[in-house]
Ligand binder design. Structure first.
Ligand code: CP
Ligand code: NVA
Length: 301
């Protein structure tokens, strides 16, 4: 049976640990598997991307395969023809599909009808490859994830929702500091609370959110597709800017993370982004290693 990766919750904790180990071994060149030898991966992008597109295309090449970059102009998924028909046809040509788009339901439908594995490269709801890479980075930097205090500051968006999903697989404290109108997805939040593996705190107080944190994480205030809300979100979230003063409430040896692209001077200052606690560019590099491991896992490695 083919496997998809649309959400962190598609993997068990054990499988996630296998993926981290695989990523570690590939990053350190202990193994160089070629599960994509003679295979082609369709990379469908309906939103811009630097990290996801390039790290997937490079990763696919390193796993022995070839990638095909397809934009909205070519296939107009769900418009020119149904998602069902596009999924069936693509499955006759390619061996895997990576997709970045707006509708999460559209990606679920694509996965339902495709006969090949589908990987979510970001939807409005979730960004699971990002948070898999982030968990891997935290394990590298801190030796593990269990019992850490992870503070997510800013917009309750796709990245924040994926952090909530991660909290159902590992036990840590997730503190979300945001405004009342920018809270994460209610269903995902309530599910994380119900699973009750991690302690989940939602606060409107930035200092409470960041107090004694091991990881201070932020993302843009207005995501792709919401840029019309920039001014509104700036007003709501300005107190959650990751700056030197706010960082002083976190642990001295905390790591600062940002999935990028950043709006320097808005959700994070230059001083913090380029400062000694920042692991942001290691975090970006790890997208490559973790996605190679995710693809290898889906192909049965
Ligand atoms: N972090 C991330 O997904 O970056 P891109 O939007 O550039 O792919
Ligand atoms: N939340 C951001 C993440 C970008 C990688 C967005 O969706 O634009």
């Amino acid at each position: 049976m083919k496997r998809d990766f649309l959400a962190i919750t598609d993997f068990s904790t054990e499988e996630m640990n296998q993926v981290f180990k695989l990523a570690f071994d590939m990053k350190n060149k202990k193994i160089e598997p070629k599960p994509l030898e003679d295979k082609v991966v369709a990379c469908i992008f309906h939103k811009p991307s630097l990290r996801t597109r390039v790290s997937f295309e490079v990763g696919i090449a390193q796993l022995g395969g070839r990638s095909l970059y397809i934009t909205e102009k070519e296939i107009e998924l769900g418009k020119r023809e149904s998602i069902h028909d596009a999924a069936k046809v693509l499955s006759r040509y390619v061996d895997m599909i990576v997709i970045r788009t707006f509708s999460h339901k559209g990606v679920e439908d694509l996965a339902k009808y495709a006969d090949v594995p589908v990987v979510n490269g970001l939807t409005d709801l979730l960004h699971p490859c990002q948070v898999m890479g982030d968990l891997f980075s935290i394990i590298e930097k801190k030796g593990g994830i269990e019992n850490l205090i992870i503070s997510y500051l800013g917009d309750g968006n796709n990245v924040c929702n994926s952090w909530l999903n991660a909290s159902t697989r590992f036990s840590f404290e997730l503190r979300i500091g945001t405004a009342s109108v920018t809270e994460p997805d209610k269903k995902i939040f309530e599910n994380a609370k119900r699973v009750d593996l991690s302690k989940i705190v939602l606060t409107y107080d930035p200092e409470e959110a960041v107090k004694d944190a091991d990881v201070v994480y932020t993302d843009v205030w207005a995501s792709m597709g919401q840029k019309n809300l920039v001014l509104q979100k700036e007003k709501l979230l300005k107190d959650f800017q990751v700056n030197k003063k706010l960082l002083s409430f976190a642990k001295k040896d905390c790591v600062v993370m940002h999935c990028l692209p950043a709006e320097r001077g808005k959700e994070i200052t230059d001083e913090v982004m380029d400062g000694p606690n920042s692991v942001i560019f290691d975090q970006a590099e790890n997208r490559l290693h973790i996605q190679k491991a995710i693809m290898a896992k889906l192909l049965g490695s």
